[in-house]
Design a binder for this molecule. Structure first.
Ligand SMILES: [Zn+2]
Length: 472
C-alpha cells in the first residue's frame, strides 16, 4: 500500500468530475486531474483523559489526538510540511480529532430529563380526525398518497441525538495494524454498519429532525433567551438528531480509510471523492454519511421531518469538508474556499446544517479562557464565512466548561447558545440563555460495549461489521 502522496492532493479538476456519475449505487470514475502530493503531519495516537470539569466528571474522553496544545509531529518519511500545516497550527491541539467517550455519566447534576424532555413517549392522540391508516399494510411505509398527510401530535418525549465520524470506506487501510488502527476500531463505523443502523432507526420509527428547529428565541427585556419550541411529529414517530463530527477529512483520515472530500457530482448531488487503496480515483454516492442519508430519505420521505438531515460539526485547522481552505498559498486557499462554498450550498439545500467544532479541536474544559476565545474567534473568522453563522457549538472530546463559567459565557458571547456534549442517554437542558444537549457516540466502542443502552435504536450485535479486528 502506498501511503505517500495521497495526503495533500489538490482538488480534482472539476470538469473532469463532471464525467458520468452513475446512480443510484456505487459509482466510480477516473478523474483525469493529476494530483499533487505533499507532506502531511500525523500525530501519534495518545489518549486524553478528561480530568473532569464538574460537568462531565464521569465521562472519559479518550482521544487519539493530542488534546492539549501539543504540536503535530511530522510524519516520519513524509515530504516537507506544507505551509498550510506548519503555518497555522501554532499551539493548537491538532492531529487526529476523534471524539470519543467511554464509560458512563453518573447521575449527579446531569440526570437525563432534568431539562425539557420528560422522558415519556408521545401521549395518545388528542385529536380525532387524523389519518385512519387505511393504507396500513398496503406496502412500503411511504406509500401513502401525498394528499393524506399523516396526523401529527405534539411530541414530549426525549430527543435522541447520535453522532458519527466520517465512515470507514476502506477497512484494509483502517484496520491495517498501524498506530491508528485501534482508534479506527474504537471511534468509527464502517459503511455497512452505518447502513444497518439507518435501516434499524427507520424501522423503529425514528425521524430526522433539525436540531435548531427544537428551539425558539425570545427577547426578554432586551436579553435574548432560548426555549423549547413545540415539536409536532407524525403520530408514532420519534425525533432523532444526527450529527457528524470532524467531517474535515483531515490528512490522517485520507491515509486511513476515509474518503477525501465531498463534491457536487455531475448530477448535482453530493458525492464523495477518494482514492482507493490501489490509488485509483473514486467518486461514490454510496460510501459516506451525507449521500447515503440523502438517498435514504429520498426512498423514505417519512424518515425526515420537513426535509431535515443532519448537523455537520467542523473544525478549521485543515480546512473543511476536504477542502484545504486554510492553504498558505492565497490563490489555492481562495479556490478551495470557492469549491467548498459550492458544496456547502448544496448541503444546505439538501437539509444539512453546520456547527462549530472549534477551530483547533481544543478541549474546552481544559484550555485557558484566552485560548478558547482566540480559537472561537479564529473559527468565526475562517470557517463561518464558508458555512455561514450557526448558534451550535459541538464540544471536541465532548468536554465542556462548567455551566455559567467564564468559558461558557465566552462561547455564548460568540453567538453559540446550543451547546452539545457527549453522553450515553438523551439529555437536553434548556436554560434561559442556552440549551445544552448530550449526544450518543456511535462507534466501535459503543457497538462493542453499549449494546443494552442502544437497543432502542439498533441491535449492535446485528450491526457490527465482521471486518473489524477480532481481538484487541
Ligand atoms: Zn471531534
Amino acid at each position: 500500500m502506498n501511503r505517500s502522496g495521497n495526503g495533500m492532493e489538490r482538488a480534482p479538476n472539476r470538469a473532469a468530475l463532471r464525467l458520468r456519475l452513475r446512480l443510484p449505487v456505487f459509482a466510480a470514475l477516473i478523474v483525469a486531474a493529476a494530483l499533487a502530493s505533499g507532506g502531511c503531519s500525523l500525530t501519534p495516537a495518545s489518549s486524553a483523559t478528561d480530568e473532569g470539569g464538574a460537568a462531565h466528571r464521569a465521562v472519559t474522553s479518550a482521544d487519539p489526538g493530542t488534546a492539549g496544545g501539543e504540536r503535530a509531529k511530522p510524519d516520519p518519511g513524509a515530504g516537507p510540511e506544507t505551509g498550510s500545516v506548519s503555518g497555522v497550527l501554532e499551539g493548537v491541539g491538532n492531529g487526529p480529532n476523534l471524539d470519543a467517550v467511554s464509560g458512563t455519566i453518573g447521575g449527579a447534576e446531569d440526570s437525563p430529563g432534568s431539562g425539557a424532555a420528560s422522558g415519556t413517549e408521545p401521549g395518545p392522540a388528542t385529536g380525532t380526525n387524523g389519518r385512519t391508516d387505511t393504507n396500513a399494510g398496503a406496502g412500503a411505509p411511504d406509500a401513502r398518497p401525498p394528499s393524506q398527510p399523516p396526523k401529527t401530535v405534539v411530541y414530549t418525549g426525549p430527543v435522541e441525538h447520535i453522532f458519527f465520524h466520517p465512515l470507514i470506506v476502506y477497512p484494509e487501510l483502517a484496520f491495517d495494524g498501524d498506530e491508528k488502527a485501534q482508534g479506527y476500531d474504537d471511534w468509527f463505523v464502517t459503511v455497512p454498519e452505518f447502513k444497518a443502523i439507518l435501516e434499524s432507526l427507520y424501522e423503529r420509527g425514528y425521524m430526522l429532525v433539525d436540531l435548531q428547529s427544537l428551539f425558539e428565541r425570545k427577547n426578554d427585556g432586551g436579553r435574548q433567551t432560548i426555549a423549547r419550541r413545540e415539536l409536532r411529529m407524525p403520530e408514532g414517530k420519534k425525533p432523532l438528531v444526527l450529527s457528524i463530527d470532524d467531517m474535515n477529512y483531515y490528512d490522517y483520515m485520507r491515509r486511513n480509510g476515509n474518503v477525501f472530500k465531498l463534491i457536487v457530482g455531475s448530477d448535482g448531488r453530493i458525492a464523495a471523492y477518494s482514492k482507493d487503496p490501489s490509488g485509483a480515483d473514486s467518486v461514490s454516492t454510496d460510501n459516506e454519511i451525507v449521500p447515503i442519508v440523502d438517498a435514504f430519505v429520498e426512498r423514505h420521505p417519512d424518515f425526515s421531518l420537513n426535509g431535515a438531515k443532519g448537523l455537520i460539526a467542523l473544525t478549521g485547522y485543515e480546512g473543511v469538508l476536504g477542502y484545504r481552505t486554510n492553504d498558505s498559498d492565497p490563490a489555492t486557499a481562495e479556490s478551495e474556499r470557492r469549491e467548498a462554498g459550492v458544496v456547502v450550498e448544496r448541503l444546505k439545500a439538501d437539509g444539512w446544517t453546520f456547527a462549530s467544532h472549534g477551530w483547533g479541536h481544543l478541549d474546552a474544559g481544559k484550555v485557558t479562557l484566552e485560548r478558547l476565545i482566540a480559537d472561537t474567534k479564529r473559527w468565526k473568522d475562517e470557517v463561518e464565512p464558508i458555512v455561514g453563522p450557526t448558534p451550535v457549538y459541538v464540544y471536541p472530546y465532548g468536554s465542556r466548561p462548567e455551566t455559567g463559567s467564564a468559558k461558557f459565557r465566552a462561547l455564548e458571547a460568540a453567538g453559540f447558545d446550543i451547546l452539545c456534549s457527549v453522553g450515553p442517554t438523551p439529555y437536553l437542558k434548556v436554560m434561559p440563555d442556552a440549551a445544552m444537549m448530550d449526544r450518543r457516540h456511535i462507534d466501535g466502542i459503543a457497538l462493542r460495549t453499549q449494546r443494552d443502552k442502544l437497543l432502542g435504536l439498533f441491535d449492535a450485535d446485528k450491526v457490527i461489521d465482521p471486518v473489524r479486528p477480532k481481538t484487541r
